[in-house]
Design a protein around this ligand. Structure first.
Ligand code: SAM
Length: 247
């Protein structure tokens, strides 16, 4: 089931890459893969041969995904064992593509965990036991004000990455999780999706449609941003404004 699901999601990623065509020899940034190779499978089929930075704060997950990617990808792999917010300023500016599969629920949870608890939580993430996840989301839900603050922090962190590092393309998925659905934790899904909605609102003018991409149940759960025409956009707006002034 998990293998088939991974392949299904990887196939969606591949279709998106083929549609938008980020530079195959450029610098890609995968954020929070955990130990899951969904994006890696897509990159391999896309024949990506550039440089891939993997940002993953959980040591064990990073070790596993690095091994997998080194074996199965033809690109250079650079693992970075850090939280996203602590590394943004140190990243290069010429990023061709930022990719992240289903990160936002874990980003929110991560904001509640100190380093040792963080590792314990994400080390146990793949054993299928929903209790830890259910219990932490129950606690999170009990304090809506604090949750809003944490959600805003996650949103700001992603905006900082997008605005400061000027990546050409950003692709984020936050589809409805089977795990949350089958274990009746819909609240987590909702909170994670709220961050995607905030990003969509802020970067609306750069959003690309997912037309012709097959296998997506709910397209609003995928965010595909293309900033390659960032400068053109400003020029177009200016000329419109000038026209308006002339009238
Ligand atoms: C468990 S994975 C799940 C998503 C995975 N990409 C997939 O496709 O199934 C999520 C990862 O997010 C990482 N994470 C949580 N907060 C983070 C942050 N602030 N910066 C970078 N990674 C973070 C965790 O270490 C965890 O391994």
């Amino acid at each position: 089931m998990r293998k088939n699901w991974n392949r299904h999601i990887a196939n969606i990623w591949l279709q998106i890459l083929n549609k938008i065509k980020p530079d195959k020899k450029g610098l890609f940034l995968e954020i929070a893969p955990g130990e899951v190779n969904k994006i890696g499978l897509a990159l391999s089929k896309y024949n990506f041969e550039g440089k891939l930075f993997i940002i993953e704060p959980n040591k064990n997950a990073l070790k596993r995904i690095r091994k997998d990617y080194m074996k199965n990808l033809s690109c250079t792999v650079r693992p970075i064992n850090k939280m996203l917010d602590s590394i943004i300023n140190g990243l290069p500016e010429n990023i061709s593509c930022v990719l992240s599969n289903h990160p936002m629920d874990d980003f929110i949870v991560g904001k509640y965990l100190k380093s040792k608890d963080f590792d314990n939580f994400f080390d146990d993430h793949y054993d299928g036991d929903p209790e830890k996840t259910r219990s932490i989301w129950k606690k999170i839900g009990n304090k809506p004000k604090s949750l809003k603050k944490k959600r805003d922090l996650v949103f700001k962190e992603w905006c900082e990455l997008i605005d400061k590092r000027k990546s050409e393309i950003v692709i984020i998925s936050q589809y409805k999780s089977y795990f949350f659905k089958s274990n009746k934790i819909p609240f987590a899904d909702k909170q994670a999706f709220l961050v995607v909605k905030m990003l969509r609102k802020r970067y609306k003018r750069f959003e690309i449609s997912l037309d012709n991409i097959e296998g997506i149940h709910d397209k609003s759960r995928w965010l595909l941003l293309d900033f390659r025409r960032r400068t053109n956009f400003i020029v177009v707006t200016e000329s419109k404004d000038l026209k308006r002034e002339g009238k």
